[in-house]
Design a protein around this ligand. Structure first.
Ligand SMILES: Nc1ncnc2c1ncn2[C@@H]1O[C@H](COP(=O)(O)OP(=O)(O)O)[C@@H](O)[C@H]1O
Ligand SMILES: CC(=O)N[C@@H](CCC(=O)OP(=O)(O)O)C(=O)O
Length: 287
């Protein structure tokens, strides 16, 4: 009996692999930018599972790029150092002392945790920030926010070189200013700018909700850009979802083929989205 069940499990696994073929063919060589938010970065087991999915993507011929956040980890370190911090419209007001902590945390432990997790699964990941190889040059977003940057000049050449060598880039959302400043960039904004610079096939924004919800609290599985504007105007899209949907619109205007907002804490979220008919989360496409 036990053996029969086991056989059935293997048959189901083989059928699942077989059903993935059209998706594997569709995404062969595709560039997929994955933004991993701080809230979506869970336990060591969840990180291991995420890293495994990324290595699998690369193994089957995609070019994954990870752009990460780490807001909660920055908050924890600022608290330890007794530095106060506040957000205005989803962006952290960032003075000189704060930007040092942001860089230390994001380019340090957060970036290296992801790099190490991918490498432990047999991939080859390299950690960068937008400062490396002229990847992301920024202007100040607004003087009242201090060292918060808006990406204005992107150079993705290094990323193409890494793809050619089967290396997975893991990018912290910091940018260089034209006068030697370090700018703190919202993780969603950085991921959108990088996806647009790469003309990525997909931008996956991994967060802590299962997608964009309508006024009844149900996830809307497919959204056109006009509908997002409507839902934002009526206040259904609010708070932390605003920078995500704005990023989605900017990325699509910048040449990204589609953006998906999905729950990064769900097991195998990226694989489910890319390689099954079912998909996951909210798919945002041009009108
Ligand atoms: N229409 C909506 N659908 C889903 N989530 C929404 C919506 N409007 C606001 N939100 C909020 O946006 C949050 C996601 O943004 P945020 O917390 O900034 O994520 P992250 O830390 O992953 O970048 C959700 O947890 C939810 O509270
Ligand atoms: C300007 C700004 O707000 N930068 C963010 C960067 C990290 C981030 O975006 O992290 P999550 O994706 O986890 O929210 C910050 O300082 O928190």
């Amino acid at each position: 009996m036990k053996k029969q069940n086991m056989n059935r499990d293997w048959i189901a696994t083989a059928a699942t692999l077989s059903s993935a073929l059209p998706y594997l063919q569709r995404y062969d060589g595709a560039i997929v930018v994955i933004k991993l938010g701080g809230h979506a970065m869970g336990s060591d087991e969840a990180m291991e599972s995420f890293a495994r999915d990324i290595v699998l993507m690369q193994q089957v011929g995609l070019n994954p790029v990870i752009v990460h956040g780490g807001g909660p980890m920055i908050n924890a370190m600022l608290k330890k150092l007794d530095i106060q911090s506040e957000f205005v419209n989803g962006k952290r007001v960032t003075d000189a002392a704060t930007v040092e902590v942001v860089e230390m945390v994001l380019s340090g432990v957060v970036n290296k945790r992801i790099v190490q997790a991918i490498n432990a699964q047999g991939g080859t990941a390299v950690g960068l920030s937008g400062k490396d190889a002229h990847l992301m040059t920024c202007d100040q977003t607004d003087a009242s926010l201090g060292f918060v940057g808006t990406p204005v000049d992107m150079n993705p050449k290094l990323l193409h070189d890494l793809f050619a060598n089967d290396v997975i880039p893991v990018i912290a959302p910091l940018g260089a200013g034209r006068n030697g400043e370090t700018f703190n960039v919202n993780g969603d904004t950085a991921a959108g700018a990088i996806a647009a610079a790469l003309k990525a096939d997909r931008l996956l924004l991994l967060t802590d909700v299962s997608g964009v919800k309508n006024a009844d609290g149900e996830v809307v599985t497919e959204l056109k850009t006009g509908k997002i504007r409507e839902m934002t105007a009526e206040g259904t899209i609010a708070g932390g979802m605003i920078p995500k949907t704005e990023t989605a619109l900017d990325a699509i205007n910048g040449g990204v083929r589609a953006v998906v907002i999905l729950d990064g804490r769900a097991p195998n979220a990226c694989l489910l989205e890319l390689f099954t008919e079912h998909g996951a989360g909210s798919l945002i496409r041009p009108d």
